[in-house]
Design a protein around this ligand. Structure first.
Ligand SMILES: [Zn+2]
Length: 261
């Protein structure tokens, strides 16, 4: 049987044990979307590649295509983003990003999820001091989610009412799956989320500005929380999937606050 061998760059988002000594890694690859890759003998102590098949690493790989798994033939480290594991808040943030990527990525994707991921990893590095703070983490993650919606063609309308197109400034608005909506334009039975003026403002910012740009603002924790809630709500409406690790992040900060009192 013919097996194609190919090279690609990829970011490892997950790994698990397979059999006695092997690992299976999930990779968002630059050229071929999501790939599941088996790494034979990765858990043997003399393994040369064992340390390179871990989450948060950007690697170049030579792979042999298989039916359900590709097989790793060679690997080299490009860049280590394990900085995301070095603090509790970074770990919380990194896990949410990896979970989201795991849930939306597909094999042979036509979306540039890899490019988006690298952009946000670099953004994280540039703002990592700020990103120890709860409000900044939630704004960052909201920006990340909006960018995913954008490349999926599902960016919410935020510069007016998604139904009638008129300005939302002087009226009460809610959030529906397509974006902001006047309460009076809401269709019967349509799912929606209540929205206050501050959250609508934040939403406009994360939709229209880059990750770097939104990092310049400070938010009150409760406003950042509400923004993140809306982002997760939109994510759930579009992809029909929850983001379970967000609870972990909330717990970390509850713990921290408890410690300060
Ligand atoms: Zn309207």
């Amino acid at each position: 049987m013919f097996s194609r061998e190919y090279k690609t760059r990829g970011f490892i988002i997950a790994r698990r044990k397979q059999g006695e000594t092997s690992k299976v890694i999930t990779v968002i690859s630059k050229d071929w979307g999501r790939r599941s890759i088996i790494v034979r003998a990765a858990r043997e102590t003399k393994s040369r590649v064992g340390g390179l098949v871990e989450p948060f690493l950007l690697v170049d790989m030579v792979l042999v295509e298989g039916k359900s798994f590709d097989t790793l033939k060679d690997i080299a480290l490009v860049r280590d983003y394990k900085i995301l594991e070095q603090s509790l808040s970074g770990f919380g943030l990194g896990n949410i990003m990896m979970e989201i990527l795991d849930k939306i990525s597909r094999h042979e994707t036509d979306l540039d999820i890899f490019g988006l991921l690298i952009d946000y990893l670099q953004c994280y590095e540039r703002h990592r001091i700020k990103l120890a703070r709860y409000d900044h983490i939630l704004v960052f993650l909201s920006s990340f989610i909006m960018s995913i919606l954008a490349i999926s063609g599902r960016l919410p309308v935020v510069d007016g009412c998604a139904v009638c197109g008129l300005s939302c400034q002087s009226e009460e608005v809610v959030m529906v799956s397509t974006g902001l909506c006047h309460r009076r334009c809401l269709e019967r039975g349509e799912p929606y989320l209540d929205l206050d003026k501050t959250t609508a403002w934040w939403l406009y910012k994360v939709v229209t500005e880059t990750g770097d740009m939104v990092m310049q603002y400070d938010a009150r924790d409760k406003d950042a929380n509400k923004l993140f809630e809306v982002s997760i709500y939109l994510f759930r409406l579009f992809f029909d999937k929850d983001v379970e690790s967000s609870f972990f992040l909330h717990d970390i900060f509850k713990m921290k606050k408890g410690g300060n009192n």
